[in-house]
Design a protein around this ligand. Structure first.
Ligand code: DAT
Ligand code: MG
Length: 152
């Protein structure tokens, strides 16, 4: 069982795609374990994207993610990290597979709607930035035996 961080970035919130993004992950069978809307400050954004701090696009990325509210979510399930990223598609929407969120709803590499942790280790680091432990809810989804199957 894994847990991953998903962010609906400012473009996703402004474009009214929060519900669509939640729906895709929910329908995939993942279990929502935390959810909040956040106006992220610069220091928190820089912590979140710390592994990318030497990349040329880092300042623009921090400007973007702090420009308008985001929705932060924790999702759980077998292979949740990989499953969530697959549902999102490749970083550049033009290279994302049709049917993924980024291919279906985005055009620009920066305005690419969503963030998903890229490993279980990244997920643990990032979730600690966005959620206090008591904000993550432990529960059983009624259909999870059927969605998680033998990977449970
Ligand atoms: P991902 O969000 O798919 O994990 P990443 O971690 O490599 O991708 O980069 C984080 C974000 O930074 C990405 O969602 C959009 C932005 N970004 C990545 N590469 C970029 C580039 N070449 N030019 C502009 N923005 C970029
Ligand atoms: Mg990444």
């Amino acid at each position: 069982m894994e847990r991953t961080l998903v962010l609906v970035k400012p473009d996703g919130v402004q474009r009214g795609l929060v519900g669509t993004i939640i729906q895709r992950l929910e329908q995939r069978g993942l279990r929502l374990a935390g959810l909040k809307m956040v106006r992220v400050d610069r220091a928190t954004a820089e912590r979140h994207y710390e592994p990318l701090k030497d990349r040329p696009f880092f300042p623009a990325l921090i400007d973007f993610i702090t420009s308008s509210p985001v929705v932060a979510m924790a999702w759980e399930g077998p292979h949740a990290v990989e499953a969530a990223r697959q549902t999102m598609g490749a970083t550049n929407p033009l290279q994302a597979a049709p049917g993924t969120l980024r291919a279906d709803y985005a055009l620009d590499i920066q305005f690419n709607l969503v963030h998903g942790s890229d490993s279980a280790e990244s997920a643990a680091r990032e979730l600690a930035i966005w959620f206090r432990p008591e904000e993550l809810v432990s529960w059983t989804r009624a259909d999870e035996d059927w969605a998680f199957g033998q990977s449970k």
